[in-house]
Design a protein around this ligand. Structure first.
Ligand code: NAD
Length: 349
């Protein structure tokens, strides 16, 4: 029988908690990768997994990702993640969310949650009735950050794309810079709007045909095919939909000098960071460029959710990326590896 310590994605995680609530049938895993910098913070994913091993692997990977993301965002927070094992129909009930809230509360603040895939702001409000260790709750005062982190993530990605264009192409303006965006939801759609204001040329792809064509009409952008977007000749490819899209095959077909987008875990394997580097494509490590949302959620939790402070911190993302790219150039290491090394130094690993 293999246990947690034997799994390939075990990375010195401090703890992995397995919970079950008999009354509601709720099963959940809360993984704490590191609490070196503060309580392990990261969202809750509500997902139907084919088997338990996949759910554990997801929790291990995602919680490590949160350690790195929070450290690189300069937040006094560690890395944690919760996954709720949903049934095939992904049925959710108020009783299940209440039971989940009690599970979080039993960890007495070592884990702080927020929303992730399959979880809404309303779900978080339900969880917050059982525990104080929740963030990303709606705010009524617009001078405060909080609620949906998407717009803050989009702003960070926008600033990161501009920094990449400056670094790689030496251009100070986005006027006529061609950006191919995969996924125009909360993050990709927000990014497209910000870039359109700067006069960038946009090619958009999304599985939601009505949504993408509506946005393209609004912004004067072009809609491109789902397969085409990653092979398009452009200045920037910006992934804002799925993870693991950069692999041996897709990297070989990229026709851009820059990859910079908000999707989590873009590299299918660590070797793909080297493959991008070998093709002389500038890559923005995802957990650095997409940290705007956690900066908002994190500061909200820490009681410093003044929106100006959140924006000040998001404005530091370009400098952090530039530092990574400069170190990557001088050490000849892929930018993803440089970022991981920096994050590990910060969390003492
Ligand atoms: P979203 O659900 O609002 O948008 C995702 C969009 O991608 C949708 O419009 C969907 O139709 C589209 N899509 C799905 N599969 C696609 C495919 N194969 N090709 C093209 N489009 C496809 O999600 P979001 O909040 O915008 O998040 C996007 C990515 O950014 C995710 O990887 C997420 O993990 C990551 N991220 C989000 C945040 C945040 O604050 N929302 C923070 C950090 C990272």
């Amino acid at each position: 029988m293999s246990v947690m310590w034997d799994l390939p994605d075990f990375d010195g995680h401090e703890a992995v908690h397995f919970f079950h609530d008999v009354e509601t049938g709720l099963s959940a895993i809360i993984a704490l990768h590191s609490t070196h910098l503060g309580p392990g913070a990261g969202g809750t994913r509500f997902w139907h997994y084919e088997n338990r091993e996949t759910a554990i692997t997801d929790a291990l990977r995602l919680s490590r990702g949160m350690s790195f993301k929070n450290a690189m965002a300069g937040l006094p927070l560690g890395g944690g993640k919760a996954v709720i094992l949903a049934d095939r129909n992904r049925q959710k009930s108020p009783d299940m969310l209440a039971a989940f809230g009690r599970m979080i509360d039993s960890l007495a603040g070592r884990y702080v949650t927020a929303e992730d895939v399959g979880i809404s702001t309303e779900d978080m409000v339900a969880v917050s009735k059982q525990t104080q260790y929740v963030s990303g709750l709606p705010v009524s005062d617009q001078s405060e950050a909080g609620g949906d982190p998407g717009p803050f993530t989009a702003m960070g990605v926008y600033l990161g794309v501009k920094a990449a264009v400056k670094h790689k192409l030496g251009r100070d303006s986005m006027e006529d810079v061609h950006v191919a965006i995969q996924g125009v939801g909360s993050v990709g759609g927000g990014l497209a709007r910000l870039l359109a204001k700067d006069g960038a040329r946009l090619s958009l792809a999304d599985i939601d045909k009505d949504h993408v064509s509506g946005l393209a009409d609004e912004l004067g952008a072009k809609v491109v095919g789902l397969d085409e977007v990653m092979r398009l000749e452009a200045d920037v490819f910006s992934p804002n939909a799925l993870g693991a899209i950069l692999d041996k095959v897709s990297i070989a077909h990229l026709n851009v000098p820059i990859v910079a987008g908000g999707a989590n875990n873009q590299l299918a394997t660590p070797e793909d960071g080297q493959r991008i580097f070998d093709r002389n494509i500038l890559f923005a490590p995802d957990y650095v460029i997409n940290s705007g949302g956690i900066i908002s959620v994190g500061l909200e939790y820490l009681g410093d959710s003044d929106v100006e402070e959140v924006n000040r911190r998001i404005e530091k993302i370009p400098a952090r990326l530039t530092e990574i790219w400069e170190e990557s150039a001088s050490t000849k290491l892929p930018s993803a590896e440089v970022a991981d090394n920096m994050a590990r130094m910060l969390i003492g690993r």
